[in-house]
Unconditional design. Structure first.
Length: 556
């Protein structure tokens, strides 16, 4: 056997070593232990490929050519290494490194500039917030705290944004309106003025100062609803700005509108104007306005919270005093009246002192039962209650009818010029214990029910009229009844009928009538207690916002 027959073995070994060389170059590159040249990869690859090819096509000339190619590549690489200029190479490396470092420095410079800009912006926001929160706290104990604070914010916005005028509008959630709360400078109205409003500067300014805007069909409402800041540089081209006329003071320039946002939603809107002859507002002005508006919204929260707390505390203190006085005014002991049973209760809700009842025994043929419900809360309602109680106690002793007594009391209340509400619903029952006759007059919405023992039915006999204190000429009607044994008269304030359960359902007259009918054989006191217990069970844990009072009279 010829030795050339084994030539395939070294060829395969050569191919394998070539592949191993390439792998070692790759590992060196990955580990960064050396930087193999591209010539190295090419030479090893040509050698491995040529060895494999010669193995399958065994002609010595192929392998020799492969070796010549590899040697030529390595020779060229060795010439570059041997005769290259190392200094130039180092300079090139240094230049490349310098370029890389310059790019890094430029990037760092940009990053530092961005960082510094954000830091400056944050410091501005912090400074403004600290200033406004501090200013808001200084108004805690002053009159018209919120109005004064908004005027200060108005002044600050006008100065910082270099505006000619500023308007601050606050939202009224109940009426879905925006109302002007602060106005400074010159502010050409961007909304349509009323057709009958004279185009006089003072009249237009007055219109704006006391204006209210719905949340649609005007620029203020639309921007507040959208909840996003708006910069209007050219009001002529913006369809949202209404042009009211050719007068100079009505010509619109540029505007900035920024909603006052809080967690609950948009609480209002700040609007700034600049005269048309001056430079227009720009993005920088808008950014300043946004920062100041956000700070205003932040500072308003603690001020609102304090004002709410102060009002609640005032109402609580006034309500506690009023409730104490109210309880002392109620009859300490029910009178004993021949042939008539009496049952009653009165429960005051928190901070509410509107209900009262009174029993005045003038003589045997006139015993007056009064159940009243005064509008308002706390000391205000107590004041009216005391007045009414005194007036009624005085005139029920006269021979006048029940309707006339209410008419006289109404004239007395209407003659007062007090700023507080002085309205009241009254049910007056004059009872003659000798004849078992009753004369009834009502005003407002106090209900009077009659249970007839004869037909065992309950019907409403009260007549709905205007409350006391509305119109001095209101006419009231007498309702005359001849009562029989077992008949029951029940009157109550609307707090009983309108009491709510946990689902918001009212107690209703139907439930009250059912209790009266089902327990008509009981004594008057027991009937009132039945109603009281049923009402308490119906209400459950739900908070009530009105007093509840009830009076039961039963002919025995």
């Amino acid at each position: 056997m010829d030795i050339d027959s084994f030539v395939g073995v070294p060829l395969l070994i050569t191919a394998g070593l070539g592949v191993l060389l390439i792998l070692t170059f790759i590992i060196a590159k990955i580990r960064n232990s050396a930087k193999p040249s591209f010539i190295m990869y090419l030479s090893a690859g040509v050698l491995a490929t040529g060895a494999v090819y010669t193995y399958f096509d065994p002609h010595l000339i192929y392998f020799v050519v492969i070796i010549l190619i590899v040697e030529a590549l390595l020779f060229l690489y060795s010439m570059i290494i041997a005769f290259g200029n190392p200094q130039k190479k180092e300079e090139k490396k240094a230049a490349k490194k310098a370029a890389e470092m310059k790019g890094t420095v430029d990037a760092n410079s940009v990053s530092r500039e961005v960082y510094q800009a954000e830091k400056d912006r944050f410091n501005r926001i912090l400074e403004v917030n600290q200033d406004l929160i501090g200013k808001a706290s200084s108004y805690f104990t002053t009159e018209n705290s919120m109005e004064q604070f908004l005027d200060y914010c108005n002044m600050l916005l006008t100065e910082r944004v270099n505006a000619d005028g500023c308007v601050i509008l606050m939202a009224d959630d109940f009426d879905n309106l925006l109302a002007v709360k602060s106005f400074k400078g010159t502010f050409p109205p961007p909304y349509k003025l009323p057709d009958d409003l004279p185009h006089k500067p003072l009249r237009v300014e007055t219109n704006l100062r006391f204006a209210q805007f719905p949340l649609q069909d005007n620029i203020f409402g639309e921007i507040a609803t959208a909840g996003e800041p708006v910069l209007i540089t050219d009001s002529i081209k913006d369809h949202r700005v209404y042009q009211n006329g050719p007068e100079e003071f009505l010509k619109c320039g540029s505007y900035i509108f920024v909603p006052i946002k809080q967690q609950e939603g948009v609480a209002g809107i700040i609007a700034l104007s600049r005269d048309p002859g001056k430079a227009k507002f720009d993005a920088k002005d808008l950014e300043t306005a946004k920062i100041l508006t956000d700070a205003t919204a932040t500072a308003m929260k603690p001020l609102n919270s304090f004002l709410t707390y102060a009002e609640h505390k005032k109402l609580t203190q006034g309500g506690d005093i009023a409730t104490k006085i109210q309880k002392e005014l109620l009859p300490a002991k029910l009178p004993v009246i021949s042939g008539l049973g009496i049952g009653c209760f009165s429960n005051a809700a928190e901070n509410v002192c509107g209900d009262f009842y009174d029993i005045v025994v003038s003589r045997k043929d006139r015993i007056s039962f009064i159940v009243g419900d005064v509008a308002g809360k706390g000391m205000n309602s107590l004041t009216i209650m005391l007045m009414l109680r005194s007036i009624l106690r005085l005139i029920v002793n006269t021979p006048q009818s029940a309707a006339t007594i209410l008419a006289w009391a109404n004239r007395g209340i209407c003659s007062e010029t007090m700023k507080i509400d002085h309205f009241a619903s009254i049910a007056l029952i004059n009872y003659n214990s000798l004849t078992k006759q009753a004369q009834i007059a009502t005003c407002g919405n106090n209900t009077v029910l009659l249970y007839s023992a004869a037909d065992k039915k309950v019907k409403t006999i009260s007549i709905m009229t205007e409350p006391l204190g509305v119109e001095k000429d209101t006419v009231y009607s007498d309702i005359d009844l001849q009562l029989e044994k077992g008949d029951i008269l029940v009157t109550c304030t609307d707090g009983v009928i309108e009491s709510l359960d946990d689902n918001g359902v009212q107690y209703s007259s139907a439930k009250l009538e059912r209790i009266i009918t089902n327990h008509a054989q009981d004594a008057a006191k027991n009937i009132s207690n039945r109603v009281k217990d049923d009402l308490k069970k119906f209400i459950g844990s739900n908070q009530q916002f009105d007093d509840t009072s009830l009076l039961v009279l039963k002919v025995e």
